[in-house]
Design a protein. Structure first.
Length: 477
């Protein structure tokens, strides 16, 4: 168990909203001891007292449900050093010590190579671990180069390319529900499943994140990492164990099986758009291009949708639709597994048997199975929903992520070859979008997104109307 954590970029939003509350949750649960030390490093000209005060304020704001003594312990464990992440001497001063340390790069991805290069010259002691936030690189070429730099610094098992989605209880439940229930696995294939829709639609707009988001966009920010990870869990073959080798091998198999899109496919099976001004609830939202810090020339998308197919025995003929959008009218965050329609209905029944849909709610957590049954009248069909609500997780997603880092369990982190395969899948899309082969559509903030294409499934739209997602309150977000 490592007892030292250094966070580079420590005064940013990631530390405030997620890493500090995660540490408080670990402290409250007894997962970190009195000897734990947090070192924050950033460009700001602060001292330790100011950083501790900032940590205490952020913990009060974002981790109010944690016991006060746990929050106070995390703030008291903090130290601060001003550092330039490209300067080997500054980096060496932060990570110096006789014990292994976990080095967390809470930085823009463009700085990763510079930071890793600096660590080469003044790196941590053997047994240390490196943590990198998504996206890992900016394209396939940069991901390969970053992997090369990391390989010269620490062993692969000491590299944690983290995606907090994989630490979410409901995301893990996608795999758990498949493998722990005999009723599901025999029908978990293209013979019975027509389409899988993986969606992260949110009412949140840019929210002051132009410095990061405008250089990335929805495709890289959500689809390339988070949603492709969900695709892996839905489509992977059952692993022998959930150990890091078996689990990550099966995820890589899924990515390798994704059929690469041709230019024709990209034009007809992908969409991109950005939001115009509008209203979401009681708040007015400016157009994306009018948000502070946005550069018009970048033509950054805030909505991305990609349809993929897998070349495998299990999934040939099933469509996987990955979609994410900002500033939409309602939050919809789920994996929807849509089964094929029944081949025959007995004569004489009224109503329509819509395809069964198994929904894994990601936020809020839950599971719903949409079915058709007999209604109030003996000869009528009616829609039924079987719903389960999950118990709150023992630890927040970032708490589980940090615990795995400190304990040295990389099973839920992304392996180097997996990161490269994810970029390979979306490289044709990135190239075609950069060449403007796919138009940049627009949609009003507060709407359902860009208008539907004529070929989109009417059955899917009717099924969605039966189960609209309730908007999340601010605390849930």
């Amino acid at each position: 168990m490592i007892n030292r954590l250094a966070v580079f970029g420590a005064t940013g939003d990631l530390t405030a909203r997620y890493l500090l509350p995660a540490l408080a949750a670990l402290e409250a649960a007894g997962h970190v001891g009195d000897g734990f030390r947090l070192t924050g490093a950033s460009r700001e000209d602060w001292d330790t007292d100011r950083f501790r005060g900032w940590c205490a304020d952020q913990l009060d704001r974002h981790a109010g449900s944690c016991p006060a003594d746990a929050r106070a312990a995390v703030a008291a464990s903090a130290r601060y050093r001003q550092a330039d992440v490209t300067n080997p001497a500054d980096v060496a001063a932060v990570v110096a010590g006789d014990e292994p340390i976990a080095v967390y790069l809470a930085l823009p991805p463009a700085l990763f190579p510079h930071m890793v290069t600096a660590l080469h010259d003044g790196g941590p002691v053997p047994g240390s671990r490196i943590v990198l936030e998504k996206p890992f690189g900016e394209d396939l070429t940069s991901a390969r180069e970053l992997n090369r730099l990391l390989a010269g610094l620490v062993p692969e098992q000491a590299v944690f390319r983290v995606d907090h989605f994989l630490a979410m209880t409901t995301v893990q439940n996608v795999l758990g529900s498949r493998l722990a229930n005999r009723v599901l696995e025999p029908i978990w294939n293209s013979t019975h499943i027509a389409e899988v829709e993986i969606v992260w639609d949110e009412t949140l707009a840019l929210e002051g994140r132009a410095g990061y988001y405008d250089g990335v966009g929805a495709l890289k920010d959500m689809v390339q990492n988070h949603l492709l990870q969900l695709l892996c869990l839905v489509a992977m073959e059952p692993p022998i164990t959930l150990g890091e080798r078996d689990l990550r091998d099966r995820k890589v198999d899924v990515l390798r099986s994704v059929r690469l899109l041709t230019e024709y496919d990209v034009v007809h099976r992908t969409r991109r758009a950005r939001y115009l001004s509008g209203r979401i609830g009681d708040r007015a939202v400016p157009a994306y291009v009018d948000e502070e810090g946005v550069e018009h020339r970048r033509r950054t998308e805030t909505f991305a949708e990609v349809e993929l197919e897998l070349d495998s025995w299990r999934w040939s003929g099933t469509t996987f639709r990955l979609r994410s959008g900002k500033a939409l009218g309602q939050d919809r965050k789920e994996v929807a597994v849509r089964f094929r329609s029944v081949p025959h209905l007995p004569f004489g029944h009224e109503g329509e048997a819509l395809p069964n849909v198994l929904r894994f709610g990601l936020e809020p957590e839950g599971m719903t199975l949409d079915m058709t049954g007999i209604g109030a009248h003996a000869q009528s069909l009616s829609q039924l929903s079987l719903t389960a609500r999950m118990e709150p997780p023992h630890l927040p997603a970032y708490g589980r992520l940090l615990l795995d880092v400190l304990r040295g369990d990389p099973a839920l982190s992304i392996r180097g070859d997996e990161a490269e395969e994810a970029w390979r899948v979306l490289t044709p899309v990135l190239n075609a979008w950069q060449s403007n082969l796919v138009p940049l559509e627009e949609y009003p903030a507060g709407s359902d997104g860009p208008p539907s294409r004529p070929h989109e499934s009417a059955q899917r739209q009717r099924s969605d109307l039966l189960h609209p997602e309730a908007p999340l309150d601010e605390e849930a977000r």
